[in-house]
Design a protein around this ligand. Structure first.
Ligand SMILES: Cc1cc2nc3c(=O)[nH]c(=O)nc-3n(C[C@H](O)[C@H](O)[C@H](O)COP(=O)(O)OP(=O)(O)OC[C@H]3O[C@@H](n4cnc5c(N)ncnc54)[C@H](O)[C@@H]3O)c2cc1C
Ligand code: FES
Ligand code: FES
Length: 1343
């Protein structure tokens, strides 16, 4: 229990309601407080570490000095409740609801189709809402900046931007965006003037949107104003179970506290210390939080510069600097501008709103964006303690090492002085990060040079780098080379030479990317050189110009979003208005998602006596378990029990494709992260502490296998290994005019569904019944798993899935294992048990997409015709088979992609390694294998000196053909997509423009690629294509539809509602879908393989047609009656108003012995063209434009299908260009959250993003002529990869290199930069080869 030393405790408001917390828990964050204590579950937990924005809320405070109310967005997961005194918190529930009135922000994201799974939506809504509270008519750029901290894994962001930009005033919108060739995106529909082949409609109408109405906003509580005016200076102290929170009211008291408790941290924004406590397990018994000490927030301006209180947030600092930029003479503002540039990219807006200047400096972490600039820019700080104050320069002597400064333990940073730049002094800041926004820098720098008046001779120079060591680094030797000399090429060349030695990163330096980071230090100095030359020229100090082809090297990459265009088939003219099929109907629960009312598994209310499960995982990659000691854990407060394999009453393993996977390891572990046991406690915090206290004894086993090479050497595979062949490959290769051998490695991918794996298992209390609420794509599979684990019949287990916050294939196999473990805990304790994985646990335990190594030998003619190709694929499956064998089979079925290669062979192997097991992921191996064949095409083109699109076109299937497994198909629509895409993307014109651009620019290159796809839809295991449904009509005419598909954002329930509406001929509003439950529809198949709507739509159609037929006699008797009349009459006439529907599915199969079959129902075709601009000095790129043409047959719902296409494209873009999973040399996963693992964000959306659904297409093989589209479009993201490769080809040409080259996936800035082979990367690689540290073990495994 907690106690407090203030009578009135903590006073704050949430959504207009006053809260008095006498005993706030010092360890509680606002997120758990609103979700658990206040039951406001709209605010979501996506990562718990400030990196995803799902928990965004608005905090408002009254400033008595300026008499203004300040609103700011914050991440509730990092905001301690104890800091809330005097604040008004607004959560998504506080701005609107479907019961009363929705807010325009909620309405617009919903109507613009900006929600899919909806888990990120409340956070998006609150970021936008806060922006509008401060600025009711923002520009498009302000909107995207305001949303930079919010991640979405489903939508691809475009519809969110489209929905929110309706708040822009037209003149605010595209004029700022410098869109010259098209109208403003506010001007009409989607803002395009492009032709409409399909008779396109708008995806949503802007005409009937609710206006922004400030009277709808909650007023700021007057009581809080009075409290703020009274300047309460009493100390607040809250004592919790383990931690004491002290908030001093005055500076003197703060200094006294620091003297009394020198080891106690100062918590300001909690963005650093909060992460340490949460993720590194660092514990502080005492916390000092001086957020009410006014001196820490003082800002004073002098002619020499500005003094900023250390407690000022980045956002406040930003406005101070902006003010200075306009109030100081231009030539004195270099330092302010440099700092501003960095601040704008620190985290996302919610982080900038709380992270403080003092916290940033005192944290002394090596990637701080501020400290290199502060150091280079001659800044000083005031350090204060009871002993007195001292002014300390912020420089290399202040930063002593990782997280170490020269501050004494009892000192605080009071303020920072930022000097104005002097005459003839320039300061520049640089930053390179793995993602353009909301990512810690890989390398950053602050550089300052001061010239002797009216000359180019350097009087003073200072260069600091961040990200290249344990603390920031001063390039002393390079500076020595420059000082006293004129700023010219020879001086700089000497400096580059010295810099290579200044920055000595060992091969195993934490963070890896050693060669890249070193070359960045050089190229950033080169960029500074260009800036300085430009400055000197402008000042007429030198006459020499920057060479024309280098000028773009210091231009930022394009950033402004252009209007995008979505085209889809119109419905037939005679289709009744009421019939929703084919129309862009909004996701059926979009409004509930936008208001936070949509219920996800962890939003279910806590049940009586509920317990929480914490999982204990292996810390060894391969070891015998010698003992498990949980005595300490059992003695901890709140811990109730521990569950091990011995407690499992039934089957202790799950069987996937013939391989057993233990639920909990009993004798041996085979990867770090394998589940060993679980701790059950009365709260999440107690379960977590309990789990941390379990001690497992290991005896390491020597034979560890991590990499492909190790697996191949030891022949460590899951069998069978498959082969497929057509023609005669040997002969084809022999007869070819040229033969080439190549390879590519494709890294894995984390699902990063925003909602982590979640379960609630409730023992009913009699006859061994269990109710399981969970987030799975396959409820029937979880039911079977739980029943077998508990050794009870399936009829005692009911699984319920309301919705999932994303899945992408990751919520099937591991989910069934986790559900089983949770069920064992509920079984053993007889109490309800909840298990919700934290982001880091989820990433560690559940695996992801298989990394694949593809090797090939290809034979071709001089004119580009491929005559033979021989592929070998290895997939890194991890420690268990899971679905790996099926994945490598699917790889072989798609190895041809869209190409008719007469002699073709593929062999695949699923490598068994000691890494966490990989599993299904959208595309199921296809995104990997298709990259291999496309890379082969690119190699052939490079070999022949031809363009890749020519080789693609020459080899593409063009007429009715047989695949390599002898399935006949007609590629007509593939060819139409190709031609359409080339035309719509103006491919030829842009190819020429790009050539021109590349000739004129040395360090910026553009590239373009157009990529086709032929994707088989359906399960090759025929029985998985069946589906069933249950439809009830109630006496009031309302209809309840149940079917086997799970709603995970793909919009299946919306499409099913459309199907039922058409079949029953009633408005969709009469049809409800509540959940997916094994009680309503048994023995369902997974919602996967892009087949959910195909199968379940048919089953629902069947049930509805049965019912409609039953009502026929009644309708005939009373043709003018209403639906409700007919239903009531049917009831009175004893006609059953309930029916099941069934769909047998296609009889698909694949005979691997004969190497032939019909594994797919049909093919979905698509073609995508992307153009990028690449900065060769940093490897950073922007996707300037993407055009996608997709054949989805006749879309049931174009907005949903376009959403799937855009979302999958962005996921593919992440896979092929950004997302990197990193393991330590001993197999420990490093990438366990959004901080380390970067998925695409708003900044990564193509600046122009057009999607066209192919006109005039249909598909007799699926419901209403539609086609499955959930998975195929992932591969379209590879067009960005190949566009980067195209740009690299141009860069390499300048470096005198030609022909095929290896670019592995993802094509990260690191890989792209090194492939450019600039003079700087060459300098580093020469110095690396000279260095002796070559044998050191790299920081990360190269799997
Ligand atoms: C998601 C995320 C993204 C981020 N992105 C970036 C980025 O892009 N660039 C970047 O530079 N940073 C980034 N950061 C880091 C962030 O800027 C720093 O964590 C922040 O500035 C620290 O300030 P704070 O007020 O939150 O410190 P706190 O976490 O409250 O405190 C941190 C440490 O500083 C000490 N301290 C705080 N104030 C004082 C003081 N006045 N005197 C003495 N000691 C003090 C505390 O004792 C504590 O040890 C990111 C952080 C997160 C969570
Ligand atoms: S949950 Fe708070 S930012 Fe992710
Ligand atoms: S809709 Fe954004 S994460 Fe699913």
């Amino acid at each position: 229990m907690t106690e407090h030393t203030r009578n009135d405790g903590l006073i704050f408001y949430v959504n207009g309601k006053k809260i008095m917390e006498k005993n706030p828990d010092p360890e509680a964050m606002l997120l758990s407080y609103v979700r658990q204590k206040l039951r406001l579950t709209g605010t979501k937990n996506g990562c718990g570490g400030g990196g995803c924005g799902a928990c965004t809320v608005m905090v408002s405070r009254y400033d008595p000095e300026s008499k203004t109310i300040n609103h700011f967005s914050v991440n509730a997961c990092l905001l301690p409740v104890c800091q809330l005194h005097g604040a008004a918190v607004t959560t998504v529930e506080g701005i609107g609801s479907t019961k009363n009135k929705i807010h325009p922000v909620q309405e617009r994201i919903a109507k613009a189709h900006g929600t899919q799974c909806g888990f990120c939506t409340p956070g998006m809504v609150m970021s936008m809402y806060t922006l509008l509270r401060n600025n009711p008519q923002p520009t498009l750029e302000e909107i995207t900046d305001g949303l930079a901290g919010n991640l979405c894994r489903c939508t691809g962001y475009r519809p969110i931007v489209d929905g929110f930009k309706t708040f822009c005033e037209s003149e605010n919108c595209c004029q700022n965006g410098a869109v010259n060739e098209t109208a403003c995106c506010m001007a009409n529909g989607n803002g395009s003037k492009e032709p409409m082949d399909n008779g396109n409609l708008e995806l949503f109408s802007k005409d009937d949107l609710l206006p922004l109405d400030p009277t709808q906003d909650l007023i700021f509580p007057p009581e809080l104003m009075l409290m703020a005016d009274s300047l309460d200076q009493t100390t607040q102290k809250f004592v919790g179970e383990r931690m004491t929170w002290i908030s001093p009211g005055s500076l003197d008291e703060l200094l006294q506290l620091k003297a009394d408790y020198p080891q106690a941290p100062i918590v300001m924004g909690n963005t650093n210390i909060g992460l340490d406590i949460k993720f590194k397990g660092i514990f502080h018994p005492i916390i000092i939080s001086p957020t009410r000490v006014p001196e820490l927030f003082k800002v004073s301006q002098k002619p020499e510069g500005v003094c900023v209180g250390a407690g000022c947030s980045m956002s406040v600092l930003k406005s101070v600097l902006e003010r200075n930029c306009s109030s100081f003479p231009q030539e004195n503002t270099h330092m302010f501008r440099a700092l501003l540039q960095q601040i704008n990219l620190v985290g996302g807006q919610p982080i900038r709103n709380v992270a403080t200047l003092g916290g940033n400096i005192a944290s002394a972490y090596p990637n701080s964006d501020l400290t290199p600039v502060l150091a280079a820019g001659r800044c000083t700080l005031v350090a204060l303690s009871k002993e007195g104050r001292r002014r300390v320069p912020i420089d290399k002597d202040f930063f002593l090492g990782f997280a170490k400064t020269a501050l004494k333990p009892d000192e605080i940073v009071l303020s920072v002085f930022i000097p104005a730049s002097r005459k003839d002094e320039i300061v520049q800041a640089f930053r390179h990060a793995p993602r353009k926004e909301n990512a810690l820098a890989t390398v950053n720098a602050g550089m300052r040079v001061w010239f002797i008046e009216n000359s180019n001779v350097v009087k003073e120079i200072s260069i600091y780098y961040g990200g290249v060591g344990p603390t920031i680094l001063s390039a002393d030797q390079a500076c020595e080379q420059i000082v006293g000399r004129p700023w010219e090429e020879t001086t700089l060349n000497d400096a580059y030479g010295m810099l290579v030695d200044d920055i000595s990163l060992g091969a195993s330096a934490p963070g890896g990317k050693v060669e890249f980071r070193r070359s960045l230090t050089l190229s950033l100095l080169f960029k500074f050189n260009l800036h300085v030359l430009q400055y000197l020229k402008e000042k007429d100090v030198t006459l020499s110009e920057i060479p024309k082809e280098m000028q773009s090297a210091i231009q930022p990459l394009p950033k402004h979003i252009h209007p995008s265009y979505q085209e889809f088939q119109n419905v037939l003219e005679n289709q009744p208005v009421q019939d929703p099929v084919g129309r862009p109907v909004m996701h059926r629960t979009a409004l509930s998602q936008a208001t936070g009312e949509a219920v996800y598994c962890d939003d279910l209310p806590h049940t009586d006596c509920e317990l929480f499960l914490g999982i204990v995982t292996s810390s060894r990659p391969h070891a015998k378990i010698t003992h498990i000691d949980f005595s300490e854990a059992l003695n901890l407060p709140g811990v109730v029990d521990v569950v091990t394999a011995k407690d499992i009453p039934g089957k202790k393993f799950r069987t996937f494709t013939g391989f057993d996977e233990e639920l909990l390891a009993e004798h041996e572990v085979s990867c770090v992260g394998q589940m060993v046991c679980a701790v059950v406690a009365d709260s999440k915090a107690h379960a977590k502490r309990g789990a941390a206290a379990v001690k497992i004894g290991y005896e390491d086993l020597q034979d560890r296998i991590f990499t492909f090479e190790e697996a191949i050497e030891k022949q460590s595979f899951f069998l069978p290994r498959r082969t497929i062949e057509r023609g005669n490959v040997e002969k084809g290769l022999e007869e070819a005019e040229q033969v080439h051998e190549g390879e590519i490695r494709i890294g894995g991918q984390e699902h990063f569904y925003l909602e982590t794996q979640s379960f609630l298992v409730i023992p009913v209390g009699e006859e061994k019944e269990m109710k399981v609420y969970l987030s799975t794509q396959h409820p029937a599979f979880a039911q079977e798993a739980v029943a077998e684990t508990l050794n009870i019949p399936s009829n005692r287990v009911s699984c319920h899935v309301k919705r999932l916050g994303g899945a992408f294939g990751g919520k099937v196999t591991k989910t069934s294992i986790l559900a089983s473990i949770t069920a064992v805990a509920a079984w053993k304790t007889g109490r309800p048990v909840r298990c919700v994985l934290e982001r880091g646990e989820d990433m560690l335990i559940t695996g992801g997409r298989h990394p694949v190594w593809g090797k090939y030998k290809v034979g071709f003619t001089k004119d580009g015709r491929i005559t033979a190709a021989d592929f070998q694929y290895y997939a890194n499956s991890g420690n268990t088979a899971d679905e790996s064998v099926l994945v490598v089979e699917k790889i072989l079925l798609h190895l041809d992609n869209a190409y008719n290669i007469p002699n073709l062979r593929g062999k695949s192997a699923a490598c068994k390694t000691n890494l966490p097991s990989n599993t299904a992921f959208r595309g199921f191996g296809v995104p990997q294998c298709m990259l291999v064949v496309e890379n082969m095409i690119s190699d052939v083109a490079l070999k022949l000196g031809r363009l890749p699109e020519e080789i693609r076109e020459i080899n593409m299937y063009k007429e009715v053909s047989l695949t390599h497994y002898k399935m006949e198909f007609d590629p007509e629509n593939l060819v139409r997509c190709w031609d359409d895409c080339k035309e719509k993307a103006e491919f030829q014109r842009r190819r020429q423009a790009i050539d021109m651009f590349n000739q004129q620019n040395q360090y910026k290159k553009r590239g373009i690629a157009i990529i086709p796809i032929k994707y088989g839809v359906g399960f090759s295991e025929g029985f998985l294509n069946q589906a069933a449904a249950l439809v009830h009509i109630y006496k009031d005419g309302s209809v309840l539809v149940s079917h086997g598909g799970a709603e995970m954002g793909q919009g299946i329930h919306t499409k099913i509602q459309q199907v039922a509406s058409r079949e029953l001929n009633i408005p969709a509003s009469l049809i409800h879908i509540s959940e997916t439950s094994t009680e309503c529809v048994p023995n369902t198949c997974p919602s996967a393989a892009s087949f959910g709507t195909d199968a379940n739509g048919m089953a629902v159609q069947d049930a509805c047609q049965i019912l409609y037929k039953r009502l026929e006699p009644i309708r005939k008797k009373n043709p003018n009656g209403t639906w409700q009349n007919w239903v009531m009459t049917a009831f009175l006439e004893k006609i059953s108003l309930s029916a099941t529907g069934y769909y047998r599915g296609h009889d698909l199969d694949m005979d691997w012995e004969k190497q032939e079959g019909k594994p797919y129902a049909y093919f979905t075709y698509a073609v995508c063209c992307s153009e990028v601009e690449l900065d060769c000095l940093t490897g950073e790129y922007r996707t300037l434009r993407t055009d996608i043409v997709v054949d989805v047959g006749r879309s049931i719902n174009p907005s949903i299908d376009i959403g799937q296409i855009e979302g999958a494209f962005m996921q593919g873009l992440g896979l092929y260009t950004m997302e990197e999973i990193k393991f330590s040399p001993s197999g420990v996963l490093y990438t366990r959250g959004p901080g380390q693992y970067k998925i695409p964000a708003f900044c990564d959306v193509p600046l122009k993003f057009n999607v066209y659904l192919l006109a005039g297409s249909s598909n007799p093989l699926a419901i209403y002529s539609s086609k499955g589209i959930g998975e195929p479009a992932v591969f379209l993201g590879s067009s960005v990869f190949f566009a980067i490769k195209d740009a690299l080809t141009a860069a390499r040409k300048d470096a005198g290199l030609s022909g095929p080259f290896i670019l592995n996936s993802p094509a990260t800035p690191e890989r792209a930069c090194l492939a450019c082979a600039t003079r700087f990367t060459k300098m580093v690689s020469q110095s690396e080869s000279r260095s002796t540290s070559g044998s050191a073990q790299p920081w990360a495994l190269d799997i």
